[in-house]
Design a protein around this ligand. Structure first.
Ligand code: SF4
Length: 419
């Protein structure tokens, strides 16, 4: 594989607006820490009632099939009735996956959530968060916290454990370190998600809500210090491949305006705690998505930990999938050199790289085609990454290129709350 990934050689994930792998439920906008890359304003006391949450779930059910429901925010664990929210989602036959910074996850709450039917946790941990007790820690130092969460979830058992991190210009070189950490704990860490940092670019564009120019002051996406806002999934994958040539992406979602951009880029690695032997290929992803849809009427989202732990059985699918064939060959060669390896379990670890909204030169915004993270606002499905625009201005913003770049003060206005 060359350094540039060609989308035509990958499997286009079959998800659509009305039939998708996940949806994005926000029971609250309140959060208990601050993250530089967050799209959402921190609104204290903004918890929805259970009746409001139920109405949102009804809207999802009316408009789309979904396998899993990301329960996000804000931080959903600050919602006083989070256990009931998880139960409600589970009782509808959806897999509830709690997207949290983990700060509020006590062992007691974790057990309650398990009883309510939680299927997974996605912990957002990265070094540009202001997290009590972990200030100033770099990405690698935060592995101690990540491991604490992973062990806590593993102890309860049967729950998928994912970690996501926003990738900033300065943390891009650390992505392979995170992956290496994940591999060492592949028995407990099932999914890793890397999300390229994005922010508004008022230095180059005029922002309009309807026909009215808006200042963007106070909008969450303008707060982080000036830095790159155009990191691509290709770059993140290339950074990973410098250390892990076995990292071979298999599937993607394209951009709405740029068909060859890789907005969601999926890689399924097979390995043990010491090394990766290879990645599943496009045919395997196609087979698992189509088969699940045929048998269960839904595309496949989160799977239980036991599926991640049974990667050896999947190697037989090398008969139809070139990626698994190559992986099996690499593993057998390693076992021939060291027969003790055959006693080690093989794990399947998913890595998703997300490249959110891209602003094109002419001001068009390229979104993830078939966005899995649609949320509900006013009875409609809306992109969760741009919900703030609807809340603040009543419209999605349009961008008009400025004739020449201008300065923009990203500091919060006096008296303006910082999330
Ligand atoms: S369009 Fe926005 S909300 Fe949807 S998946 Fe992409 S980044 Fe997430």
């Amino acid at each position: 594989m060359g350094s540039e990934l060609d989308h035509r050689r990958l499997y286009r994930l079959p998800w659509s607006l009305t039939d998708n792998v996940i949806s994005w439920l926000e029971p609250t906008k309140e959060c208990n820490i601050y993250c530089d890359g967050c799209y959402s304003a921190n609104a204290k006391g903004s918890h929805k009632t259970l009746a409001e949450v139920r109405r949102d779930v009804d809207v999802f059910e009316r408009f789309r099939r979904t396998d899993a429901m990301s329960i996000a925010g804000g931080d959903p664990l600050v919602h006083p009735e989070i256990v009931e929210v998880v139960r409600m989602v589970s009782e509808r036959g959806l897999k509830p996956v709690v997207n949290t910074n983990g700060h509020g996850l006590t062992p007691g709450l974790l057990r309650e959530l398990k009883r309510a039917g939680v299927a997974g946790f996605t912990f957002h941990v990265d070094s540009l968060q202001t997290r009590p007790g972990w200030e100033g820690k770099d990405e690698c130092e935060l592995n101690e916290l990540r491991l604490e969460f992973a062990e806590r979830v593993a102890e309860v058992g049967g729950i998928s454990c994912a970690f996501n991190a926003t990738v900033y210009e300065k943390t891009l070189p650390r992505v392979p370190d995170l992956l290496e950490w994940g591999r060492r704990h592949a028995d407990k860490v099932h999914v890793l998600v890397f999300i390229a940092f994005r922010a508004a670019v008022p230095e180059r564009f005029e922002y309009l809500a309807g026909d009215e120019p808006v200042t963007l002051k106070g909008l969450t996406y303008t707060r982080a210090a000036p830095q790159r806002t155009d990191i691509t999934a290709q770059e993140i994958a290339a950074e990973i491949r410098k250390r892990f040539p076995e990292f071979e992406p298999s599937a993607y979602l394209n951009g709405t305006e740029k068909p060859d951009s890789l907005k969601w880029l999926l890689t399924l690695l097979v390995g043990d705690r010491e090394r990766y032997y290879g990645s599943a290929g496009p045919k395997f992803v196609e087979l698992s998505q189509v088969l699940n849809h045929l048998l269960k009427g839904r595309y496949l989202g989160y799977v239980p930990p036991r599926v991640h732990a049974s990667a050896r059985a999947l190697l037989a699918l090398g008969a139809v999938d070139g990626g698994l064939r190559k992986t099996a060959r690499n593993w057998l060669r390693a076992v021939a050199r060291n027969p003790l390896l055959s006693a080690r379990p093989l794990h399947l670890q998913s890595v998703m790289i997300i490249q959110p909204v891209d602003v094109l030169e002419d001001g068009r915004q390229s979104m993830c085609d078939s966005c899995p993270d649609m949320t509900v606002h006013g009875g409609e499905l809306v992109w969760s990454c741009r919900l703030e625009e609807r809340l603040k201005y009543g419209h999605l913003m349009r961008l008009r290129p400025l004739p020449s770049p201008k300065a923009f003060d990203r500091a919060p206005a006096p008296g303006e709350a910082v999330d």
